[in-house]
Design a protein around this ligand. Structure first.
Ligand code: CTP
Length: 372
């Protein structure tokens, strides 16, 4: 039910098919309410429901899929509405298994999954955790977020396949002593959404992230760092094998001139001397080659001239200006209001959008610059 609800929130039109067993756990009426669509469960209500119900659906998701259903699908048995639809449907299918761990480990189930994988069916999960019966083990349905992500990803055009992109995200921490540090308000959200969108579009993504509470998107190479200097090392190390670098991180511009390994007594501190950190993007700009470099310009106010200056000085192909003084834009919010400036200095304004949509707009602009 939660999967259906989340897909509806993501903008999908969802038609639910329930097996007899599913109807014992939850009523069709509940799913009709969640999806605002009729639920199919009876094979004999309409002689062509197995053809009519999927209609022109973009995808078939079977979640949760029991051992019984998986084994039946593998054998081509069509004895209920779901298994008939599976046989008649020629589009993309994703299965999210959920069963007891001993059933999941059973050789018959393993063989069915192997065969279905071979025939192009995609699987998400199962994962390890506590199971309905109280046992612990592998068999639990994948997290709702991961199931929904697999659906969105399967339906996204793979226009970035073959491209290797480094994305940086989050703040950095510059330690004063073992417990105190200088940082900023960045949550990492913009960079994580760029990484997520790029992976969905088929890119190979390396996410170099400062400290963040966010869960890294699936299928990225996640490289956590803390300080600006660690981020610099990690970015420069990975730059060689990449086609593009998108620096969404809010890198600290200063770090303490000296840092203590133990906690400094307050009576021993009257002031903190700072030194400038090195500018990672500027360094990458010096090593640019044919790579595409995209920076962000966090400005208080829509300061186009400052952003153009950064674009030029750091040898970038594009800079994303975000006015952090506006409500719903910049740090620690789900939306952003950006202006994208290209290499020629031309600026395009975008309205307030969710960060995932801003991410796709940035990737669309990057796509036009990629070699074909
Ligand atoms: N950046 C970087 N290394 C730094 C500081 C910033 O790579 N030490 C990158 C950011 O990730 C961003 C771009 O440079 O993509 C611009 O960052 P911003 O903070 O807007 O500007 P600064 O160059 O730091 O200049 P200022 O603070 O004076 O606005």
């Amino acid at each position: 039910m939660d999967v259906a609800r989340r897909l509806v929130i993501e903008g999908a039109s969802v038609r639910v098919v329930m097996t007899e067993a599913a109807c014992r756990f939850i009523t069709p009426y509940t799913l009709e309410t969640v999806t605002a669509n009729p639920v199919g469960s009876d094979l004999f209500k309409d002689p062509f429901s197995h053809l009519n119900l999927p209609g022109d659906a973009h995808l078939l998701l079977i979640a949760p899929a029991t051992a019984n259903t998986i084994n039946k699908l593998n054998c081509g048995i069509a004895d209920n509405l779901l298994s008939n639809i599976f046989l008649a449907y020629s589009g993309k299918t994703i299965i999210a298994p959920a069963m007891n761990s001993r059933m999941y480990e059973n050789q018959i189930v393993r063989k069915s999954i192997r065969n279905l994988l071979k025939s192009g069916i995609e699987f998400v999960g199962p994962v390890s955790g506590s199971l309905a019966c109280g046992d612990e083990g592998v068999g639990r349905m994948a997290d709702i977020t991961d199931v929904v992500e697999s659906v969105i990803s399967a339906m996204t055009q793979k226009d970035l396949t073959g491209h290797k992109i480094i994305v940086t995200a989050g703040p950095t921490r510059e330690y004063i002593d073992s417990v105190r540090f200088i940082s900023n308000r960045s949550s990492g959200r913009m960079g994580y959404e760029i990484a997520r969108a790029a992976v969905r579009r088929g890119a190979e993504v390396t996410l170099v992230s400062g400290p963040s509470t966010l869960k890294p998107p699936d299928r990225v190479t996640y490289l956590p760092v803390e300080s600006a200097s660690e981020m610099e090392d990690m970015v420069l190390k990975n730059l060689r094998g990449s086609n593009a670098l998108i620096m969404a991180a809010a890198v600290s511009d200063f770090s303490p001139s000296s840092s203590k390994g133990s906690k400094i007594k307050k009576s021993d501190i009257t002031s903190i001397r700072l030194k400038r950190t090195s500018d990672i993007l500027r360094k990458a700009g010096g090593l640019k080659g044919r790579r595409i470099l995209i920076g962000f310009a966090a400005e208080t106010g829509k300061n186009l001239e400052n952003a153009r200056k950064k674009l030029k000085e750091k040898n970038l192909d594009m800079i994303v200006l975000n006015d952090i003084s506006q409500k719903d834009s910049g740090f620690d919010v789900d939306t952003n209001i950006v202006t994208i400036i290209n290499k020629e200095g031309e600026a395009t304004d975008y309205p307030k959008m969710k960060k995932i949509d801003v991410a796709n707009v940035i990737l669309d602009s990057m796509f036009t610059l990629l070699p074909r």
